[in-house]
Design a protein around this ligand. Structure first.
Ligand code: ADP
Ligand code: MG
Length: 632
């Protein structure tokens, strides 16, 4: 397989790399990446995936492997004269269009955000790329020219892709190409040690030993005692006994199977026996995967049936809120000869899901007390994990135990157990507020009354928080209540240094409050749904609230940002603080100055809440008038 000459149809086409790729390549090539040897891991990983995919396709369509064989192999060839290293597989191959799409663009979601996050500082950027992974493009770390010849299984003609990694590549016809993919790397001067078989042997052993397909070093032309040599163990790692697998091997497998580049936060490897048998090897990442918030919310556990790869992301194997989990499940109890769609509905699949989720949550629970480790997990993945509170009704209680929250009463992550332990006498609900930023929420006037009594409030800032909190969830028999709708509760809860009995306001004061509410309602008209007195405030004169059971102000804003009309209809209520000097003063005012003050207070409440002022010109006019009166 060491012949690198390929018959080429001169009708070749030149293409430019997608801008993102060009940028990545530039970074890869022009920096001294300390770990260049990982290019081989990437190429072998791709070849292994290509073989897995063809093996699966051939179950339904056996003629796909008639030419080129059904024994899958990856070959490495060294040519010391031409200074080339060639990686060949007889996997599924690529068509012309696939060559252009796969090796000219980056389909990986999150790429552009990733590239935007690069600082421009080369050393920093390169270490970040190490986390992101450049896959095939890492070839250009060691080669100044790369030729990829490929023929897709089932096609008659192959194609040749060529590039020096400098902005463009060409694609031409290559008629006499074997099925699969051959990648010829023209090794750079300073990378010639990759032509040394000892070096290759070590690299494959280190990074690719777990690959289930044999990686074979072909005899080197002109060398004596040349023999074919298989460099890896070539057996499925997950079938080996745990005691024989090193942490390093687990990690490399995680990198391959998860297309990941970090340390796994947790590794779970077990064999289930009994009613249904399967082996699972699962990893929880330690950093946030790039595609975590993609709208498809695809899961990432691969399904194998009897060592045959079936699917990357079978619906039903993993719940979506655990989509950060990488790894494989292999079962011999599932049927091989059915489509993915039929497999999806197989009741055994649900059983497997139950089994793996149970084990996984048990493992996570075991690490919950190790605060520093657990914080790492929650920082990276908590926002997704919490989706389970909304989606996984059966396990909600377990998930609530594992969930952590920012609160107004502490700096780090707080468990509900700790929260409940600190509840005040007379408090029977868990209070929360939703918004975009915990720091802003902590200082929100909405919390004033709670802060005055020392009542802790959960500060919820993830989109999903708007949803699970609305579902009648309870923890330790306590319900979750939005502070915006809990003003009345404050009377029942006793703060630390509060007098036992509250003094009576007196009938006259109460009448004055009532009159003011009526006057404000009349003045503000349709701008608010209601006006009412609240005792949630201590320092601020006014605050906005939404109606009990209605949509929260934060959710309404979120929907509006996404162009959803549903967000427009939320009823806003102006709450006033009768103890505040401004409000007391308002009770004595009338006429134009009263009207100006009423609207200014409403706008102030909007601003504090993060809502836009609806009529900026009117706002400015009223503010000027009020200032004039005050200064004049
Ligand atoms: P990733 O493997 O993370 O998708 P790569 O840059 O390594 O990213 O590869 C890009 C794509 O090119 C792969 O997803 C695959 O579709 C295709 N590809 C790469 N190498 C091969 C190969 N040897 N055989 C078939 N397809 C390949
Ligand atoms: Mg790859």
């Amino acid at each position: 397989m060491s012949d690198t000459a390929t018959k080429v149809n001169p009708a070749e086409q030149k293409h430019a790399f997608q801008a993102e790729v060009a940028k990545l390549l530039d970074l890869v090539v022009h920096s001294l990446y300390s770990n260049t040897e990982i290019f081989l891991r990437e190429l072998i990983s791709n070849s292994s995936d290509a073989c897995d995919r063809l093996r699966y396709a051939a179950i339904a369509e056996p003629k796909l492997v008639e030419d080129g064989g059904s024994t899958f192999e990856i070959h490495l060839d060294i040519d010391k004269t031409l200074k080339t290293l060639t990686v060949t597989d007889n996997g599924v191959g690529m068509s012309r269009d696939e060559l252009i799409a796969n090796l000219g663009t980056i389909a990986k979601s999150g790429t552009s955000e990733f590239l935007k996050s690069l600082s421009g500082d080369k050393t920093k950027d390169i270490s970040q790329i190490g986390q992101f992974g450049v896959g095939f493009y890492s070839s250009f770390m060691v080669a100044d020219k790369v030729e990829v010849t490929s023929r897709k299984a089932g096609d008659t003609n192959g194609h040749l892709w060529t590039s020096d990694g400098k902005g463009t590549f060409t694609v031409a016809d290559a008629p006499d190409t074997a099925r699969g993919t051959k990648i010829v790397l023209h090794i750079k001067k300073d990378a010639e040690d990759f032509l040394d078989p000892h070096r290759l042997r070590r690299i494959v052993k280190t990074y690719s030993d777990h690959i289930a397909i044999p990686v074979i070093l072909d005899p080197i032309a002109g060398e004596k005692d040349a023999k074919v040599e298989t460099l890896n163990s070539a057996s499925a790692l997950w079938m080996r006994p745990k005691a024989e697998i090193t942490a390093e091997q687990y990690k490399e497998f995680y990198h391959h199977v998860g297309h990941a580049f970090d340390e796994p936060w947790h590794t779970l490897h077990f064999k289930a026996e009994g009613a249904i048998e399967y082996t699972a090897l699962l990893f929880v990442p330690s950093t946030k995967p790039f595609d975590l918030f993609n709208p498809e919310r695809k899961t990432n556990v691969k399904l194998y049936v009897n060592r045959v790869f079936i699917s990357d992301s079978l619906e039903g194997l993993m719940p979506r809120y655990l989509r950060f989990v990488r790894g494989i499940v292999d079962s011999s109890d599932l049927p091989l000869n059915v489509s993915r769609e039929i497999l999806q509905d197989n009741p055994l699949l649900k059983k497997i899901q139950n089994g793996i989720v149970k084990r996984l949550l048990k493992d996570i629970k075991e690490r919950v007390e190790k605060t520093e480790e657990y914080t790492k997990f929650w920082d990276a993945l908590g926002a997704v994990f919490k989706e389970g509170l909304y989606e996984d009704f059966e396990r909600r209680d377990d998930l609530l135990e594992l969930a952590r929250f920012r609160t107004s009463g502490a700096d780090g992550w707080v468990s509900l157990k700790d929260y409940v332990g600190r509840m005040k006498s007379g408090q029977d609900a868990i209070y929360y507020i939703t918004g975009d930023d915990a720091g802003v929420l902590k200082n929100s006037p909405q919390l004033e009354g709670f802060a005055a009594k020392g009542i802790e409030v959960l500060l919820l800032t993830d989109p999903i928080d708007e949803f699970w909190t609305g579902g009648g969830v309870t923890y330790d028999k306590k319900s979750f209540k939005a502070v915006v709708q809990s003003g009345e509760d404050l009377d029942k809860i006793k703060g630390a240094d509060e007098p036992e009995k509250k003094e009576d306001k007196g009938a006259a004061a109460e009448q004055a409050e009532k009159d003011l509410v009526e006057a404000l309602k009349k003045t503000l008209g349709d701008s608010v749904a209601d006006v009412r007195v609240t005792n949630r405030l201590t320092g601020s004169p006014v605050v906005l609230a939404s109606d009990t059971g209605g949509m929260s102000l934060h959710l309404a804003r979120m929907l509006k940002q996404h162009g959803e009309n549903a967000g427009l209809g939320v009823k806003k209520i102006l709450e006033i603080n009768p103890k505040h000097a401004l409000i007391k003063r308002l009770m004595t005012m009338s006429g134009a100055s009263f009207d100006d003050a009423a609207f200014l207070l409403l706008d102030q409440a909007r601003i504090v809440e993060g809502e836009p002022v609806t009529d900026p010109a009117a706002f400015a006019k009223r503010l000027s008038a009020a200032l004039e009166r005050a200064l004049g």
